[in-house]
Design a protein. Sequence first.
Length: 94
Amino acid sequence: MTQEYIRIIDFKVTGDHSLLLTFSDGLSRDIDFLPALKGNLYKPLRQPEYFRQVKLNEEIGNVEWPNEADFNPETLHDWPQHVNEYRNWHPAES
């Protein structure tokens, strides 16, 4: 039996820190990433110009930025269940 993984198949920038993501199962979700932009890896994405440099990596089915920042597609698919984890996350390097 093969397990089908959730993949991002399309996206659109909808705000300074937001993307409308379309997933392989047909779900679309508009996500405000600002609560998750903490720590050294994600801090550059706070700048709207940098955030808009997002690209779709079709090979792995994910969105990513030039500094290799990305998020698990399955986490993004179920974002309402995970966003509070990001809001409460306080990395030392924030």
